[in-house]
Ligand binder design. Sequence first.
Ligand SMILES: O=C(O)C1=C[C@@H](OP(=O)(O)O)[C@@H](O)[C@H](O)C1
Ligand SMILES: C=C(OP(=O)(O)O)C(=O)O
Length: 445
Amino acid sequence: MSGHGAAQPMTARRAGPLTGRADVPGDKSISHRALIFGAMAVGETRITGLLEGQDVLDTAKAMRAFGAEVVQHGPGAWSVHGVGVGGFSEPADVIDCGNSGTGARLIMGCMATHAMTATFTGDASLRKRPMGRVTDPLSLFGAQAYGRKGGRLPMTLVGAANPVPVRYATPVASAQVKSAVLLAGLNAPGQTVVIEREATRDHSERMLLGFGAELTVEKTAEGNVITLTGQPELRPQTVAVPRDPSSAAFPVCAALVVEGSDVFVPGVSQNLTRNGLYITLVEMGADIAFENPREEGGEPVADLRVRFGPMKGIEVPPERAPSMIDEYPILSVVAAFAEGVTVMRGVKELRVKESDRIDAMARGLEACGVRIEEDEDTLTVHGMGPGGVPGGATCKTHIDHRIAMSFLILGMAAKAPVSVDDASPIATSFPIFEGLMRSLGADLG
Ligand SMILES: O=C(O)C1=C[C@@H](OP(=O)(O)O)[C@@H](O)[C@H](O)C1
Ligand SMILES: C=C(OP(=O)(O)O)C(=O)O
């Protein structure tokens, strides 16, 4: 069963300004999908810029277990020799998705319409997360799930031998649920339809089109209606993975709160389903220039020049949540250094991520001397102004990379050092975080 290695405590101290260039790694969502769609295509998909974080490496291993040939040729350069839609073979062992909700849910989706049985597990964080949100729709295709109480991993999924196509309205705004249904629909005859009331990240739709699937997206009063025609032959692709805007958020927000900073972050996605944080920061008065807008790897991107400066608290509207769902922890750190109050509404999905992120941020911010209020669906942070946060605490990260990185950034700008009990989960999404932040001038160790 998946474990979690020895805890690695880490401390961040206030130092001089952060300056220089921050080249962040490839997008995690697109990296998972490049491996999975590559495995379901006929022939060889070539990938550059793949995120080599543990979450994605676990998906690569899983695709091998289902019969695809996945090879690393150099840093970020990978190939996947796919077996075609419907061509998976039954894995001989348990599929361990480590810390990754995306890996677990998407892979369950693609195996659910294959006549085979697979057992999924993950680390102590992933084993707490709800899987019923994917196994409910997957059972409509004819799959059967046998998990722990509450639909938790470890879980055995018996795929449908004669899958039927499905029409499914997602009850939560979740790209993972949407993608699991679309992936299952790939090996069901006829048209599978997913309806999502609120738009979530659209990488699966973009990539399915790129791999040659027949897919339409219709904007209606009900929301986005996505229709996929099953059993296509997917064509292998060359995928250039753009940089991850969720990782870019950390050096960007560090530059905004560490006095005197001036940092250049190239190639940050401006995809409307991913850029909610950047819109919010601009509304708070952040000094960010969006330079050289262009397309990279099929995504709209811009280079960001970010400078320290005063910011004000704002109300973040709940409808923005899907486009910045992973960015609330670091936004709450920026809010602590703004003037006035920041209210983040519609954020209850944060409670079922790698940790309960509302609780983790609330407890750590309080320990660092910041006043907060929380309810099930809202986090309110009372800003203390530039440099105003006392710090001086050790924050618990609960096997959650984004919580670890957020409190380390807090420590870079707080009056007293801030420690995290365990920085090791950072390697799931941003393995070069420590070195990159140090290269900008951060005192981290
Ligand atoms: O589809 C994806 O790649 C992701 C979707 C989001 O999860 P939900 O679908 O649970 O909102 C996000 O939090 C996660 O980091 C990546
Ligand atoms: C929620 C996240 O990832 P996942 O759901 O894939 O574990 C994240 O990276 O913040």
